[in-house]
Design a protein around this ligand. Structure first.
Ligand code: CTP
Ligand code: MG
Length: 174
């Protein structure tokens, strides 16, 4: 995959990961329940509204991309696959990875909102890629693309969190 293809491919996951910060709030996914270790199952940072927003906007991104391909707004060279199913599974995987990350953070007694380098930045990417495997043509995601995605995701995560903090969307810059 070239850079344009990789970026188009991963965009639904990034949108799914970013939109909960804006639309989240209300009832937490874990209904404020505690786990056997007496810590919250997931914590107040994971809400139903955020979860639904991530899945909807991420899938919508895939839909828009597939429309831009089928109407030839985007050139055929970057439209190697149907972006709608990809967008849906990437969004589902992103939100699943995000929940899994918080679950593990709580088990490690890391408080809601406290940073965890690997879990915050890469668990969503890992789950998104994992779920997308059945939908991408073989050889579509080569090792160099994966390394590029890990580095890009890490840098974007740091940059967007600083931005969200400056905009007053997040209390802490991570
Ligand atoms: N958010 C949400 N619902 C989700 C995911 C995120 O409402 N499913 C919102 C919350 O307001 C959350 C913010 O987006 O505080 C940032 O998300 P994230 O960094 O993933 O959550 P944290 O608050 O850092 O919580 P955790 O320590 O569990 O990662
Ligand atoms: Mg966080």
């Amino acid at each position: 995959m070239n850079i344009a293809q990789v970026l188009l491919f991963i965009l639904p996951a990034y949108i799914a990961n970013a939109t909960p910060v804006i639309f989240g709030g209300g009832m937490p996914v874990d209904f404020r329940k505690k786990f056997t270790d007496k810590e919250r199952v997931l914590g107040d940072g994971k809400t139903w509204r955020g979860l639904l927003a991530g899945i909807c906007f991420g899938s919508l991104t895939g839909f828009v991309e597939s429309q831009l391909c089928s109407t030839a707004v985007l050139s055929l060279s970057v439209c190697l696959t149907d972006f709608l199913p990809i967008g849906i599974v990437l969004s589902l995987g992103t939100m699943l990875g995000d929940l899994a990350g918080s679950f593990v953070k709580r088990r490690m007694r890391i408080k809601r909102g406290q940073p965890s380098l690997i879990l915050d930045q890469l668990s969503f990417l890992f789950f998104a890629l994992l779920l997308s495997i059945p939908y991408v043509p073989s050889g579509f995601l080569a090792l160099n693309s994966l390394v590029f995605l890990v580095v890009l995701t890490y840098l974007l995560h740091v940059a967007t969190n600083i931005l969200a903090n400056r905009l007053g969307l997040k209390k802490v810059p991570w």
